[in-house]
Ligand binder design. Structure first.
Ligand code: DSN
Length: 425
């Protein structure tokens, strides 16, 4: 762990917040399925002097001088990303997932064009066309949903019918709250029938795909894969766009820069290269498979104890629980309750939720971060037991406090990468 001595001296307030956050991460269980812990190497490069460099353009074609080392790291990031996902072209400059998605829409569509994506309450993402986004003012978004929320099966017949009627320019796969895999072959066939570009927003499952625990959309003829780099892929915060063929890649490059963004955030590009190097190692495959095994095991434990899981279980890294039906409490109340025992997850809408986004009917949780900490099936049982005890004892403050202490003690056995064991106080 870096000493942070300079920070401590220069800005005690921020230093206090940093050490507080380190303590929180070390003492608590992170179940938010989009979060993870990066390696010490990734942490080091993120805090490096690459921050100081402007590098508009791409390797070998920059607008400013002094690019010997920025070119080297960006080229490595690109090559490693292509190898990881079997892509022809990679753009590693998007600052985050939303800019990657937006730059892609801008590269491929004109205002008023139609884009088809998964409904938000059925698992889709805001950037796939939710009416609250500005994107919804520019493009015409149409949606598809699950046919059966007890299995998670997508209504592909309805998808085909809507696609034929609406003629989307893009058929978008991908999700942020859907615990199953999609049928890429079916979606590619529908895209072909209507002449749409097939895109997978694989932000949540990129690490599972890279590690061979999930299917690769490019193997089914998808044209583009969009992703963040910090979820299951376990890299720095950022985005990336991969294409199956080079021409599409050139179009995307022009839109990312200069079309949409300014200079790349070079310390993050360098950190992407480091993280992709880690994901290319054989042990990352074990990690990816263990994420899924852990999530499945957790699902079985919850089901055994009578919880209602949306789609009846999981095939990926996440679980969605209907807390109202399972335990008679809303998702917000559940989130706050689990926070009180040091288990962090998020409230989440369930399909066609009658409640509001700030107080929905469910929670979303997942296993990428705890798997990084080395937890396996027995620990999943322990965590479910902590959570069920919290539900049972929720009106007993002393019991909840005691449970929080138990969670802290449990966490001491599983160090967080980059955080040395911190003693209380
Ligand atoms: N905020 C991310 C998630 O939690 O899934 C998606 O953008």
């Amino acid at each position: 762990m870096p000493s942070y001595d300079s920070l401590k001296l220069a800005d005690p307030d921020i230093y206090a917040a940093l050490t507080g956050e380190m303590q929180r991460q070390a003492d608590g269980v992170e179940l938010i399925p989009s979060e993870n812990y990066v390696s010490p190497a990734v942490l080091e490069i993120m805090g490096s002097v690459f921050n100081n460099k402007y590098a508009e353009g791409y390797p070998g074609k920059r607008y400013y001088g002094g690019q010997e080392f920025t070119d080297a790291v960006e080229s490595l990031a690109i090559e490693r990303a292509k190898r990881l996902f079997n892509a022809t072209h990679a753009n590693v400059q998007p600052h985050a997932g939303a800019p990657a998605n937006i730059a892609t829409y801008f590269a491929l569509c004109e205002p008023g064009d139609t884009i088809m994506g998964m409904d938000l309450s059925h698992g889709g993402h805001l950037t796939h066309g939710h009416p609250v986004t500005y994107l919804a003012k520019i493009f015409n978004f149409v949606r598809y949903k699950m046919k059966d929320i007890t299995t998670g099966e997508i209504d592909y017949d309805e998808m085909r019918a809507v696609a034929k009627r609406e003629k989307p320019k893009i058929l978008m796969a991908g999700y942020s709250a859907y615990p199953r895999e999609l049928d890429y072959a079916k979606m590619r066939a529908i895209a072909d029938e209507v002449g749409a570009i097939a895109i997978m927003d694989m932000a949540h499952v990129a690490g599972l795909i890279a590690g061979g625990a999930h299917k690769n959309p490019f193997d089914f003829g998808f044209d583009i894969c969009l992703t963040t780099t910090h979820k299951t892929l376990r890299g720095p915060r950022g985005g990336m766009i991969l294409t199956r063929e080079a021409e599409l890649g050139k179009k995307i490059d022009k839109m990312v820069f200069p079309g949409f963004q300014g200079g790349p955030i070079m310390q993050m590009v360098a950190a992407k290269a480091v993280a992709f190097g880690e994901a290319l190692k054989p042990e990352f495959k074990d990690y990816a498979h263990q994420i899924v095994k852990n999530a499945r095991h957790m699902a079985v434990e919850f089901l055994k104890n009578g919880a209602l899981l949306i789609t009846g279980g999981t095939d990926n890294h996440m679980l969605l629980i209907d807390t109202v039906t399972s335990w008679g409490i809303g998702g917000k109340e559940a989130e706050v309750l689990f926070d009180r025992i040091g288990i962090t997850l998020n409230k989440n809408m369930i399909a066609d939720d009658p409640r509001s986004p700030m107080d929905p009917s469910g929670i979303r949780l997942g296993t990428p971060a705890i798997t990084t900490r080395g937890m396996k099936e027995p620990e999943m049982e322990q965590l479910v037991s902590f959570m069920l005890r919290a539900i049972e004892q929720r009106s007993d403050d002393a019991a909840i406090k005691a449970l929080h202490e138990e969670v802290k003690t449990f966490c001491q056995q599983y160090p967080v990468p980059g955080i040395e064991r911190m003693e209380n106080g």
